[in-house]
Ligand binder design. Sequence first.
Ligand code: ASP
Length: 332
Amino acid sequence: MKHILMIGTGGTIASGRSTEGLMPELSTDQLLAFVPAVSSLCSIDSIQLFSLDSTDICPAHWLLLARQIRAQYDRYDGFVIAHGTDTMAYTAAALSYLIRGARKPIVLTGAQKPISFDSTDSKVNLTDAFRCACSDTLHGVLIVFNGKVILGTRARKTRTKSYEAFSSINYPYLAVLQDDCLLQYIENAFLPEPLFSDRLDDRVALLKLIPGVRTDLVKYMLQENDALILESFGVGGIPSYQGTQFLDVLNEGLDQGKTVVLTTQVANEGSNVGVYQVGRRLRACPQILEAFDMTTEAVVGKLMWILGQTADPAQIRALFYTPVANDILNYK
Ligand code: ASP
């Protein structure tokens, strides 16, 4: 029988009603008491790492999770992390960089409705997560939610209320769960031994462009951070209504050693700045990186991971365009 470690972090799945609104209150052991049938799938040890609404989960918590899995990696066949849905895609992406090439499944799950509610997705999601954590053919960091298995670098929360909370962006689902069976379409690659990292640079910021966005905002965000992700429009472009100031500000930032990544605020199909004049003008700043088909969540985690290792622009570029867990496919 497989031996699985369950790690509790909070989230709706573990929440109960309070006078101030839903908040996490159940421990991992209390969650497990709602799904007694999982004991026929595997033997389970559980720990409560923290108990937070995932709105309060920060990069320091990602490091705690990665350290815990590293410390326990040899003792278990797989891992289930119960997590709030709001930032689960960020945690899954970050863990995909902090733990690369794991053969063992590291499965994040959660729910849109607390496990103690009469009508809830918690029990199905938790049971599915254990089924996936016991698999010999699913590897590395995954989100299991509403019967879908999503690669950790490809998930995004796309619905706030209904059970189909997550989508796989620019990548197929690895598997689905139907009638208690795992139907797997894709087997992802793994390394003989996982590569663990223990450093992140959290001075990474994201600016979603809006029509009329001011350059002083870009200037300020570059000043205060080591990297700035610009979520542009469509396939990608940089406004020029304030003369060339926008590009000038980006160039100043690059000269000061900042990293700039251009991505799109459109969920599907990624960027391609070569298409329009407003995008091609970025070629005046060849050091700017382009996210192509990566999710913003993955860009955030990847930049924090890369900048935790190096400040050298050539190395940053090389690492950024080196695929990790199929995070980027179309980058030529
Ligand atoms: N606010 C909750 C959280 O992210 C939402 C959820 O878990 O569904 O922790």
